[in-house]
Design a protein around this ligand. Structure first.
Ligand code: ADP
Ligand code: MG
Length: 237
């Protein structure tokens, strides 16, 4: 089985307002086979969002090797990193990330406004298909404020899926949802990725959600280690 993510000895930092760099991640090694999901656990401030930004080619590693779906992702120019990101990666951001004045359909079409031009008819069709896959087709003309939290999150997932990414990165996508809705949203994410041979990396504080992923990883002070499965119940399928 091929790997969607291979990371070796990665280190990453963030830029402080003064310009100096604050080291956050070190010696990160991770491997995510196609069609599997990985849960990242860790305390607030341990570097989880920094890790997703690095895997999503938003923040370039200071050292190490990163391969996404067979493409070398280290040492790229800003332009090439953006192109790879647009074609391979979908993000479900932490918190509410839909644009309030756009309809659900328009929100889901947004990823097509970056990179190569696609025909409008194809864009509409892809958005409809993505919304349909998360059970949201009938809400396409609503605005985010007219949706429940779970529906907003499903719309955000549709937006992440619309360009058929090989890798989905989700930052606490169920954090603001009640338990049942959270598990439903996780099921939608899992079906959309694992079912199509893509990879899913999900940051979560919820041990049940984490336990339903194929692998679990703990981030402690910027260092990533494989964790024992948190719960057996509802374990990886
Ligand atoms: N732009 C930034 N400027 C300064 N410190 C930052 C910045 N971004 C993140 N940090 C710090 O880096 C550490 C890791 O942050 P983050 O990856 O957001 O953690 P998590 O998502 O696990 O809560 C934290 O200590 C945070 O305060
Ligand atoms: Mg975070």
């Amino acid at each position: 089985m091929a790997d969607v993510v291979v990371g070796q000895d990665l280190a990453a930092s963030v830029r402080l307002p003064g310009g100096e760099r604050l080291p956050i991640l070190r010696d990160v090694c991770i491997r995510i086979p196609e069609g599997t999901s990985a849960a990242i656990l860790g305390r607030s401030g341990s570097g989880k969002s920094t890790l997703l930004a690095m895997l999503g080619l938003m923040n370039r590693p200071d050292q190490g090797e990163l391969t996404i779906a067979g493409h070398a992702a280290t040492g790229l120019s800003e332009h090439d990193a953006a192109r790879l990101r647009n074609s391979l990666i979908g993000f479900v951001f932490q918190g509410y990330s839909l644009i309030e004045h756009l309809t659900v359909q328009e929100n889901v079409e947004l990823p097509f406004s970056f990179g190569a031009n696609a025909r409008h008819r194809d864009v509409r069709r892809a958005a409809h298909r993505a919304l349909d896959s998360v059970g949201m087709a009938r809400f396409s003309s609503r605005r985010p404020a007219q949706l429940s939290g779970g529906e907003q999150q499903r719309a955000a997932i549709a937006r992440a899926l619309v360009r058929s990414p090989r890798l989905i990165l989700a930052d606490e996508p169920t954090g603001a949802l009640d338990v049942d809705t959270g598990e439903h949203v996780m099921g939608v994410l899992r079906d959309a990725t694992v079912g199509s041979g893509s990879g899913l990396v999900i940051v979560t504080h919820d041990p049940v959600i984490a336990g339903s992923a194929h692998s679990q990883w703990h981030l402690v002070h910027g260092s990533l280690r494989p964790a024992d499965p948190v719960v057996q119940e509802g374990a990886a399928r």
